[in-house]
Write a protein that binds this ligand. Structure first.
Ligand code: TNX
Length: 543
C-alpha cells in the first residue's frame, strides 16, 4: 500500500515511495539565477519553521552544483505568463536530494508551496518546531484553471496591511495565484490617490457603523469611527510581496455605483445631495453622474492604481448600479440622446467602455462584475459572474472570458451551517461540503473560455482579521482544491478526507479557523451584537 500523503490541493499525479529525506543532509539550495528570489524565500521559510539554514548557491545547466542539494531548475520552453503551463512543476524527493523543476518561475513558486506541505505541519510555525523531514515522493502537477483567486473586502471593514500580506502567504500555500482587493465602496475609499486628497481625508472613514445586521433596524448605530487606507508605499509593498510569490493582485476600484465614499469627498461628481460615507450595508442609489468631470476622476483613480500593480488585470467593479438617479437626471438624458441610447443601462456601458479604453492604453485588461453585461461591455472585458449560472452562459455568448464566483458556492461571508450559534453572517448557507462538491466548469461549458474561479470574503459582518479567518478557513482550502485539481483526481481521494492533517497546518499557522464540528464558544455569535440573524434570501433572477 502507498503511504498516505495529505496535501491540499491534491496534485494531479503523486507517487510515494517508502522512506523520508532529512533535509539537514543537504548542503544548499542550488538555484538557477532567475530563481534566486524564490530560493531565498524557501530558505527563509525552512529556517523559520525548522531551524535549518540552507544557503542559496547558483547553479546552471552548464555549471550545475553537484552533491546532495535542494535543486530549483528551469527546463523546457518557457510558457506565457498566466497560463496553466506556467504553473506546472515536477517535484522529486529521493534519497539523493530534492529536485523541483518547472518551465516558468511561477511553477517553482507552486512547487515550493507543495514542498512546504510535505514537511510536518509544525514546520509552518514562525520559530523552529519541527524536523526538516519530507517523504520520498514524485509529483507532477499543473492547475486545472488559470485564475484561482480569493477576494478580500478591505472596505466594509478595513483589514490592516499585515493581514493582507498574511492572506497573500496563505493563498500561496494553497497554490492560489490571485488575490483580488476590493478597495472602494459606499463605506470607504481605501487607497491613496495623491492628486485627490479628499478621497482619503474624507472618504476613508465613517463616523458610525450599523450594529448587527443591516436589516435588523432597531439595532441602531455604534458611534465609533471606523476607517483606514493604504498609502502608495503600502500598495507598493503589497504589490512586491505578491510578485515575489507569483501571485497576481487584482485591485478593484468599484465605479460608477457603490460610490457613497467618493461622493462624500467630491459631491460635485454625483447627482444627489451631500451624504456622509455610508454607515450601513446594502445597495444605495448614489452613482457618478455621466459627466466629463466624473469620467476624468475615474480615469485618474484607475491610472493611480494601475501604476502600482503590474498585473494584467484591473477590476472596475460595476455591480449593483441602480438606474434611479440616471433615470431622472437631465445630464444622463442628454448623454442618452447624444449617443442614441434607448436604455438607461447604456449609461453604465458608457462608463465601462471608457474605463476599458483608458486601461487598454496602459496595457491593462478590464474585469468587471456580471452587471457590466446588462448594458453591454466590450468583448475583451472579462466578466466575473456572481449571480447565477445563467450569467456564465450570457457572458460566454457575448464573447467574454469568465471568472466564476457564484454566491451560492464561494461567498464565504455566507453562513457555514444551520447551527443557531454561528456568528452573524449576511445570509445564505455554504457549508464546506457544498464547496467540496462544486465543479467550477461543469460539462457543457467551454472550459477554454473560463478564466478560473474565485472565492469572496465580503466584510460587512467580518469586522476583524479573526472573523475573516473563521469565514475563510477551512473553506478556502477546499476551494483551492476545486480550482486546482481535476475532477477525476479529486474524486479518487476526496478533499474532506484530507482535511484533518490540513487543520493541523492551519493551527500551526495560528489561523482562527472554524472547526468542522462547529464554532468554539468564543467563535459563536452569542446573544449580543454578533448573534445570528436570518431573513428570507432570494437569489437574483436573470432577465
Ligand atoms: C453582493 S457580489 C455584492 C457585495 C456584497 C455581497 C455580500 C457583488 C458584486 N456585490 O456588495 O458585499 O453581495 O455577499
Amino acid at each position: 500500500m502507498q503511504r498516505r500523503i495529505s496535501l491540499i490541493p491534491q496534485p494531479q499525479q503523486l507517487t510515494a515511495a517508502d522512506g523520508d529525506l532529512d533535509l539537514s543532509l543537504l548542503s544548499a539550495i542550488a538555484a538557477a539565477p532567475e530563481l534566486n528570489p524564490l530560493a531565498w524565500l524557501l530558505s527563509d521559510a525552512l529556517g523559520r519553521g525548522t531551524g535549518l539554514r540552507l544557503p542559496v548557491v547558483q547553479s546552471t545547466a552548464k555549471d550545475p552544483v553537484e552533491g546532495r542539494v535542494l535543486r530549483l531548475s528551469l527546463a523546457g520552453d518557457r510558457p506565457e505568463d498566466f497560463t496553466t503551463a506556467a504553473e506546472a512543476y515536477r517535484l522529486d524527493v529521493t534519497p539523493s536530494g530534492v529536485d523541483l523543476t518547472a518551465a516558468h518561475p511561477a511553477g517553482i513558486a507552486r512547487g515550493i508551496a507543495t514542498l512546504r506541505q510535505l514537511l510536518p505541519a509544525d514546520a509552518l510555525r514562525e520559530a523552529p518546531a519541527a524536523d526538516p523531514v519530507v517523504p520520498l515522493v514524485r509529483i507532477t502537477d499543473e492547475p486545472r484553471l488559470r485564475w484561482r483567486g480569493v477576494m478580500l473586502d478591505v472596505v466594509r471593514h478595513f483589514q490592516p496591511k499585515d493581514f493582507v500580506l498574511k492572506m497573500i502567504d496563505r493563498a500561496w500555500l494553497h497554490r492560489l495565484n490571485v488575490v483580488h482587493l476590493h478597495l472602494t465602496d459606499d463605506q470607504g475609499w481605501r487607497f491613496e490617490v495623491p492628486s485627490r486628497p479628499k478621497l482619503t481625508e474624507i472618504g476613508s472613514w465613517r463616523a458610525e457603523t450599523k450594529v448587527g445586521h443591516a436589516r435588523d433596524e432597531p439595532a441602531g448605530y455604534e458611534p465609533t469611527p471606523h476607517g483606514g487606507f493604504f498609502s502608495v508605499s503600502d500598495l507598493r509593498e503589497i504589490a512586491s510581496y505578491a510578485r515575489e510569490r507569483h501571485i497576481m493582485i487584482v485591485p478593484e476600484v468599484n465605479l460608477p455605483g457603490h460610490a457613497r465614499a467618493v461622493l462624500a469627498a467630491y459631491p460635485e461628481l454625483g447627482a444627489g445631495q451631500n451624504k456622509p460615507v455610508c454607515p450601513t450595508f446594502g445597495v444605495f442609489e448614489e452613482v457618478l453622474e455621466p459627466t466629463q468631470a466624473a469620467l476624468d476622476f475615474a480615469l485618474e483613480a484607475y491610472t493611480a492604481i494601475a501604476e502600482v500593480f503590474d498585473g494584467p488585470f484591473i477590476h472596475i467593479g460595476g455591480d449593483e448600479v441602480p438606474m434611479t438617479q440616471w433615470e431622472s437626471s437631465p445630464i444622463a438624458r442628454e448623454l442618452m440622446e447624444r449617443e442614441g441610447m434607448e436604455d438607461v443601462r447604456g449609461v453604465q456601458a458608457w462608463f465601462t467602455r471608457a474605463f476599458c479604453e483608458h486601461l487598454a492604453t496602459m496595457g491593462k485588461r478590464v474585469i468587471g462584475w456580471d452587471e457590466i453585461l446588462d448594458g453591454g461591455a466590450p468583448a475583451e472585458a472579462a466578466v466575473q459572474v456572481w449571480r447565477t449560472q445563467a450569467y456564465v452562459e450570457k457572458a460566454l455568448e457575448a464573447g467574454h472570458e469568465v471568472l466564476v464566483s457564484p454566491q451560492t458556492h464561494v461567498y464565504f461571508d455566507h453562513y457555514e451551517s444551520e447551527d443557531p450559534s454561528e456568528p452573524l453572517r449576511i445570509h445564505g448557507l455554504t457549508p464546506i461540503e457544498k464547496v467540496a462538491a462544486w465543479d467550477p466548469a461543469p460539462a457543457g461549458v467551454d472550459e477554454s473560455r473560463i478564466l478560473g474561479a474565485q472565492c469572496q470574503l465580503w466584510s460587512e459582518y467580518l469586522p476583524n482579521p479573526r472573523d475573516v479567518e473563521y469565514a475563510a478557513f477551512p473553506r478556502l482550502a477546499v476551494f483551492a482544491e476545486v480550482a486546482w485539481t481535476n475532477v477525476d483526481v479529486r474524486e479518487a481521494d476526496p478533499v474532506l478526507d484530507r482535511l484533518g492533517v490540513h487543520l493541523e497546518r492551519l493551527h500551526a499557522m495560528g489561523i482562527g479557523y472554524r472547526p468542522l464540528e462547529g464554532p468554539k464558544p468564543w467563535q459563536q455569535g452569542g446573544t449580543g451584537r454578533y448573534r445570528r440573524f436570518d431573513f428570507q434570501f432570494t437569489e437574483p433572477e436573470v432577465e
